[in-house]
Design a binder for this molecule. Structure first.
Ligand SMILES: [Zn+2]
Length: 424
């Protein structure tokens, strides 16, 4: 007989509100009998009280699916009844959600000498499959546990960085990233944010069973950069698509990103006379170099089409994109290209087209970024990008109705901080 496999079995139980958990290498992991009456959650108990079988003492196990695991092998390894597994698979809903297992998934079950008494499996964040044994066989239920949304407002002043300012105000790193993302077309958060800059942000948080899950959407925000105020508000159009607009209805999004990489430092600007670090002679630098760690994703600055994607002399691995209005952009020195892209393919703004490297004539990892109009180099930091169309007159009433209360939250006193609403 083969030696027992080490299964990823974790047993845990909730006793008087406290959560105990113990990792075990054993295939079977019986819990002390004194705990078994407290093993099951309220729903399990309710479900089991309907069952004909006497309650407990059952063994409770949580199986964490490993690579190459199959349910059959797991059941066999734990000496659970394969006839039960076969019976479970005949139930509607169950077969699909049981057999579509991925590494890391957890299946919890109770059994008595290998006979399955109940089984639960989280299908997704808000849905759990729950199966219990009844007199007539297995009974399955899909249990919904929706997220709740709480609206919050935070305000702060930058002393060193936006991250710290958001953290000090009680926000997460993710909120800081989202906030920078909203204003990235207008504000350079790496190179031009200064002490004294300030922000106010009204946003959503997702909660479940009284636990914070994650930050949700930013609803409205203001950032004051060097005394100049920028405001953005989220609007969901009739097509269901959400985007950020200025309070008067202009899209915050522009046709081109400021940078093709997030949070990069400018290591060399656009210049018509620069001493080249490798060639050691004065040469125009008709692009901007953004230093970033090797492997950092490089994003298409605007929507367009791939014109070339190849080794390009001193540029190393380079991608050239063509955009509307005769604009082309070039991204050089890539360590590698993004997979699945070929010449002629369309790319969306922000789509990853390659990764930062130091191929070609480069001393350190960076992306060399060029912007040309009808073949003529322009300074990407100076080009005036055509403004996107504002909200059409026909939608303006809807826009105002939807955004006015969100913008009002920015000006409201900090006291009315949280409103909890159910998420549909
Ligand atoms: Zn360069």
């Amino acid at each position: 007989m083969a030696p027992p496999r080490r299964l990823g079995v974790v047993a845990s139980c909730i006793v008087a509100g406290a959560i105990f958990s113990a990792a075990a290498s054993q295939v079977r992991n019986p819990l002390p009998e004194s705990l078994t009456s407290d093993l099951l959650g309220p729903e399990d108990e309710a479900a089991l009280s309907e069952a004909a079988e006497p309650v407990g003492p059952f063994e409770w196990v949580a199986i964490t699916i490993g690579r190459n695991d199959t349910l059959d092998a797991l059941f066999r390894g734990m000496q659970l009844r394969l006839t039960d597994l076969a019976a479970l698979r005949t139930l509607p809903d169950v077969r699909r959600s049981l057999d579509m297992i991925r590494p890391g998934d957890v299946i919890q079950l109770t059994h008595l000498d290998g006979e399955i008494k109940s089984l639960t499996r989280r299908i997704n964040e808000t849905t759990t499959l729950s199966v219990t044994r009844t007199e007539g066989g297995f009974n399955s239920n899909i249990v919904e546990n929706p997220l709740e949304i709480e609206e919050r407002k935070l305000a702060g002043t930058v002393t060193t960085s936006l991250y710290l300012a958001v953290n000090e105000a009680g926000g997460t790193d993710r909120l800081a990233v989202s906030l920078a993302d909203v204003f990235k077309y207008d504000i350079d958060f790496v190179n031009s944010v200064q002490p004294g800059d300030s922000f106010v942000v009204a946003y959503q948080q997702q909660w479940q069973d009284g636990e914070f899950v994650r930050d949700g959407e930013i609803l409205a925000a203001e950032f004051v950069n060097s005394g100049r105020s920028y405001r953005a508000v989220r609007y969901v159009g009739p097509n269901g698509r959400a985007d950020y607009y200025t309070p008067d209805g202009r899209p915050v999004r522009k046709a081109f990103l400021r940078y093709p990489v997030d949070y990069a430092r400018i290591s060399s600007g656009y210049s018509l006379a620069r001493r080249h670090p490798i060639l050691n002679r004065v040469r125009a630098h008709r692009g901007i170099d953004f230093a970033a760690p090797a492997g950092t994703p490089i994003k298409a600055a605007g929507a367009g089409r791939v014109v070339s994607r190849e080794w390009n002399g001193g540029y190393g691995n380079a991608v050239v994109l063509a955009h509307a209005g005769g604009v082309t952009t070039l991204y050089g020195h890539m360590s590698r290209f993004a997979g699945g892209l070929s010449v002629g393919d369309r790319v969306a703004q922000g789509q990853v087209i390659g990764y930062v490297g130091a191929t070609g004539l480069a001393t350190a990892p960076h992306v060399h970024y060029e912007y040309r109009v009808n073949g003529v180099h322009q300074n990407p930091a100076r080009v005036t990008v055509p403004k996107a169309d504002p909200i059409p007159a026909s939608l303006m009433a809807d826009f105002k109705a939807q955004t006015a209360p969100l913008l009002a939250r920015l000006d409201a006193a900090p006291a009315d901080q949280s409103i909890r609403v159910a998420l549909n």
